[in-house]
Design a protein around this ligand. Structure first.
Ligand code: CP
Ligand code: NVA
Length: 347
C-alpha cells in the first residue's frame, strides 16, 4: 500500500464517497453495543490453541474477519479494562498488536519487560500473578517456558494469554488461519499446510490447528529437529492428518507453505550447528514455484534472511506475509473480546 492510499487527502482518493462515510452509522453490518456477539471464552486462559473448541475457534475467526471489515469501528467493549503485557523476550508484532488492539477496543495495555519485573528472579512467578490480579483484568505473557504461563494462570484469577513460549505460539496461529481463510474460505478440511524448517513452537501450534480445523498438516524438518513428541502423539490420538518427514518433495502442491526461523530466541548459542543442519531447507522463489498455483507462502516474522528464506520469497506474488502480520491485530482483538468482553471494570 502506498502512503497516498493509506493516508488519503480526500474521500475520493480513499475510494469511499463522502456519503458512504456518512452512512457508516446506518450500515446494518456495523455492530453496536446491542448487537455484539456473546463472548465465547469469557474469563478463560488461552495458553494453547487447544484451549478452544473448533466451534470457539470458528467464532473467534468470524469476529476477526468482521473486525477487519471495519464492522466494529467505534465499539469499545473493553472500556475500563487493562491488560498487562509481560515480555521475557523481544517482540515487534505481538507487543504492538496487543497494545493497539486493547486501545481500539476501549481498554488499556501496559508493557512490563522482564528487566523491570524479574519474573521468577526478582520475585516468584506466583507472587507476580497474585499482584497483577489485584490491578489488571488480564495478562499476556511472552516467556521462555510454557510452564511459566501455567504457573501464572494457576495463581491469577484473571485470564492469561500465551504470547509465545518455547512450546507454542497460539496467538500467531489465529492470525495465520485468518490469512489462510482469506485465501481459501472457511472450510479448510483437506487443505495441505506444509511447514518447513525447525520443529519449534510454530510447528507445534500448526499441529494443534490441524486438530482443530481438519487441515492436512505436513511438517518437513531435518532429522533431530522434529516437533514436540507429546504434541504429535496427541494429534495422532485425535485422528488429525499430520505427516512428519524430512523429504523436501513433500512441499510440492502445498496450498500453504510456512516457515519460521531456524534459530529461535534463546537458541543463539546453537546458531552454527543449526545453520548447518537446516541447509537445503531455505524457502526460495524456486521452491514457491512447486507449491499449488494458487498456493500461498506464510512466515510469522521476523525473518532471518539468508537462513530460512530470502527477501525475494517474502516479496513473491504468492507471499501473504504482510497480510498475515496485519491479521495479528484483527485476530488478537477478536481473542481479547471473546476472553475479556464480559468483564466489568472493577473501579
Ligand atoms: N511473529 C511474532 O510473534 O513477532 P514478534 O516476535 O515481533 O512479536
Ligand atoms: N520460533 C520463533 C518465533 C518468533 C516469533 C522464536 O521462538 O523465536
Amino acid at each position: 500500500m502506498t502512503k497516498a492510499a493509506r493516508f488519503p487527502r480526500t474521500p475520493a482518493e480513499a475510494g469511499q464517497p463522502q456519503q458512504a462515510q456518512a452512512n457508516m452509522a446506518n450500515n446494518p453490518a456495523h455492530l453496536t453495543p446491542e448487537t455484539l456477539p456473546a463472548p465465547v471464552m469469557a474469563g478463560r486462559d488461552f495458553l494453547s490453541n487447544l484451549d478452544m473448541t473448533p466451534e470457539e475457534l470458528r467464532t473467534v475467526l468470524d469476529t476477526a474477519h468482521s473486525m477487519k471489515r471495519g464492522e466494529w469501528r467505534g465499539v469499545k467493549p473493553l472500556s475500563g479494562l487493562s491488560l498487562a503485557l509481560i515480555f521475557e523476550k523481544a517482540s515487534l508484532r505481538t507487543r504492538t498488536t496487543f497494545d493497539v488492539g486493547m486501545y481500539q477496543l476501549g481498554g488499556h495495555a501496559l508493557t512490563l519487560s522482564n528487566a523491570e519485573i524479574g519474573l521468577g528472579t526478582r520475585e516468584r512467578v506466583s507472587d507476580v500473578a497474585r499482584n497483577l490480579e489485584r490491578w489488571v483484568d488480564g495478562v499476556m505473557g511472552r516467556v521462555y517456558l510454557q510452564q511459566t504461563l501455567h504457573e501464572l494462570a494457576d495463581h491469577a484469577a484473571i485470564p492469561v494469554i500465551n504470547g509465545l513460549s518455547d512450546m507454542l505460539h497460539p496467538a500467531q496461529l489465529l492470525a495465520d488461519y485468518q490469512t489462510i481463510e482469506e485465501e481459501f474460505g472457511t472450510d479448510l478440511r483437506g487443505r495441505r499446510v506444509v511447514y518447513i524448517g525447525d520443529g519449534n513452537n510454530l510447528a507445534n501450534s500448526h499441529i494443534h490447528l490441524g486438530i482443530l480445523t481438519g487441515t492436512d498438516v505436513t511438517i518437513v524438518t531435518p532429522v533431530g529437529y522434529e516437533p514436540n513428541g507429546s504434541v504429535l502423539m496427541d494429534a495422532v490420538k485425535r485422528g488429525a492428518n499430520v505427516t512428519l518427514t524430512n523429504d523436501l518433495g513433500a512441499i510440492e502442491g502445498a496450498d500453504v507453505l510456512y516457515t519460521d526461523v531456524w534459530i529461535s530466541m534463546g537458541q543463539e548459542a546453537e546458531a552454527d550447528i543449526r545453520r548447518r543442519a537446516f541447509r537445503g531447507y531455505q524457502v526460495t522463489p524456486a521452491m514457491l514455484d512447486t507449491i499449488a498455483p494458487d498456493g500461498i507462502f506464510l512466515h510469522c516474522l521476523p525473518a532471518h534472511y539468508g537462513e530460512e528464506t530470502v527477501p525475494e520469497a517474502t516479496e513473491h506474488p504468492k507471499s501473504r506475509v504482510f497480510d498475515q502480520a496485519e491479521n495479528r491485530l484483527h485476530a488478537q482483538k477478536a481473542l481479547l473480546y471473546h476472553v475479556m468482553g464480559e468483564m466489568a471494570p472493577r473501579w
